[in-house]
Design a protein around this ligand. Structure first.
Ligand code: MRU
Length: 337
C-alpha cells in the first residue's frame, strides 16, 4: 500500500548537526515557528512546555537532548539524564528512549555514537509508523467513518503518525470515507494540530467538539475510533489523552470499534495494569483561561488531569509495528514481546 506523498509532508523534530530544531506546537496553527535547543536543559524545558509533544516525539527529543549533553562532557550527561526523565511522567516513550541511550553509554558510546543512536530511534519510529499505518488500515473494512482524538500525527512522532498514520493510510487506500477529529480540550491538540495536519496534507476532515462525540456515534457515522497511546500496560490497559476513555465507552455503547495505534516503545510490560500508570496533572490555568485570556471567574478552582486510562476490555485492537493484538483484555501484550 502506498500513501500519497501529499498525505505526509510535516516534520516537527529536526536534528541540525549541533542543535535540535523543534516546530513550536504552542503557536500552531497560525504561526509556524521553530525553536532551536542547544542544551539538554532547553530540551527538557521544551518537553515540559509542550513545544514538542506526543509520546514518540518527546522520546526522540530527549534522545537528542542526551546527545547535546554528551558533547558537554560526563558531568553534563549525569545531570541531563534525570532532568530529561522528569520532564513529563505518563508517556513511557520518554523513559524508553533514555534507557536506550543509557545502554549505549554503558556500552561505551561516545558523542558521535550517541548521535547515531538518537538518529536510529528517530528513523525506526518513522518506519514503525508507516508499517502500523498498513496494519491498521487493513483492519478497517470499506466505506468507514473514523473518529480520532488528540494529535497523533507527524507532529507527535518522527513523521506519518500512529493513529493519524492509520488515517493517512486508510484514506489513501480508499477505506475511509469520513474523518472526524475531536477538539481535545483543554489544550486543543485536535482542533489546533490535527486539523492543521489534515488540511495541510489534503485529507478532508470534520472537527467536532469533544462533547459532540456521543451524538455523532449515535448517528452511525463512525465505525472506528482510532487513537494513539502514551503508555500501554502489560494487560492492554491504555493511557492516552484525557477523553479517550469516555470515547471508548461511547463507542462500545454504539457498536463502533476502538483501535489503539502505538509503537512498541509505548508498551510498558513492567507496568501490570492501567492503575499503575502515573497520570500527569497540569496547571489548572490551562482550563481557567483560553489563549492567555482568563475565561473563568477569579476564585474558581480546576482539576486538570491530561491523560486517562482506557481499560483493555473496551479496546478491540492494539496495533504495533510488531503486529496486532485483538481483544487485548484476554491476551495482554506479552505475545509480541
Ligand atoms: O499531552 P500530549 O499532547 O503530549 O498528549 C499526546 C497524546 O495523548 C497522544 O495521543 C499520544 O501521545 C500518542 S501520539 C502518537
Amino acid at each position: 500500500m502506498t500513501t500519497m506523498p501529499s498525505h505526509d509532508s510535516i516534520r516537527a523534530v529536526l536534528w541540525r548537526g549541533d542543535r535540535l530544531r523543534l516546530l513550536d506546537q504552542r503557536r500552531l496553527p497560525f504561526v509556524e515557528d521553530y525553536i532551536d535547543c542547544t542544551t539538554p536543559a532547553e530540551v527538557a524545558q521544551a518537553i515540559r512546555d509542550l513545544v514538542v509533544r506526543g509520546a514518540p516525539a518527546i522520546g526522540i527529543a530527549a534522545a537528542w537532548g542526551v546527545v547535546l549533553a554528551a558533547r558537554r562532557g560526563s558531568d553534563a550527561l549525569a545531570e541531563a539524564l534525570p532532568m530529561l526523565r522528569a520532564a513529563r511522567p505518563t508517556a513511557v516513550n520518554l523513559m524508553w528512549a533514555l534507557d536506550r541511550m543509557q545502554r549505549a553509554i554503558a556500552a561505551g558510546a561516545d558523542a558521535l555514537a550517541l548521535e547515531g543512536e538518537a538518529q536510529a530511534i528517530q528513523d525506526e519510529d518513522l518506519a514503525a509508523n508507516r508499517h502500523m499505518g498498513e496494519l491498521g488500515a487493513a483492519l478497517l473494512g470499506d466505506g468507514v467513518g473514523v473518529l480520532t482524538h488528540c494529535n497523533t500525527g507527524s507532529l507527535a512522532t518522527a513523521g506519518f503518525g500512529t493513529a493519524l498514520g492509520v488515517v493517512r493510510a486508510g484514506v489513501s487506500a480508499g477505506h475511509i470515507t469520513q474523518v472526524f477529529a475531536g477538539e481535545t480540550r483543554p489544550w486543543l491538540q485536535g482542533a489546533r494540530l490535527t486539523m492543521w495536519e489534515l488540511v495541510r496534507d489534503g485529507i478532508p476532515a470534520t472537527l467536532i467538539s469533544d462533547s459532540a462525540a456521543a451524538h455523532l456515534m449515535a448517528s452511525g457515522k463512525v465505525q472506528w475510533v482510532i487513537v494513539g497511546a502514551d503508555r500501554i500496560a502489560a494487560n492492554g490497559d491504555t493511557a492516552n489523552k484525557i477523553g479517550t476513555y469516555q470515547l471508548a465507552i461511547v463507542a462500545r455503547h454504539h457498536g463502533a470499534k476502538v483501535m489503539v495505534v502505538a509503537p512498541w516503545s509505548t508498551v510498558d510490560l513492567e507496568t501490570p495494569t492501567g492503575a499503575d500508570i502515573e497520570i500527569e496533572l497540569r496547571d489548572p490555568a490551562e482550563l481557567l483561561s483560553h489563549a492567555g485570556q482568563r475565561t473563568v471567574v477569579d476564585g474558581a478552582v480546576a482539576w486538570n488531569p491530561v491523560f486517562d486510562v482506557t481499560p483493555a476490555s473496551l479496546i478491540d485492537a492494539i496495533v504495533t509495528e510488531r503486529g496486532v493484538v485483538t481483544s487485548p483484555a484476554t491476551s495482554g501484550m506479552r505475545g509480541l514481546a
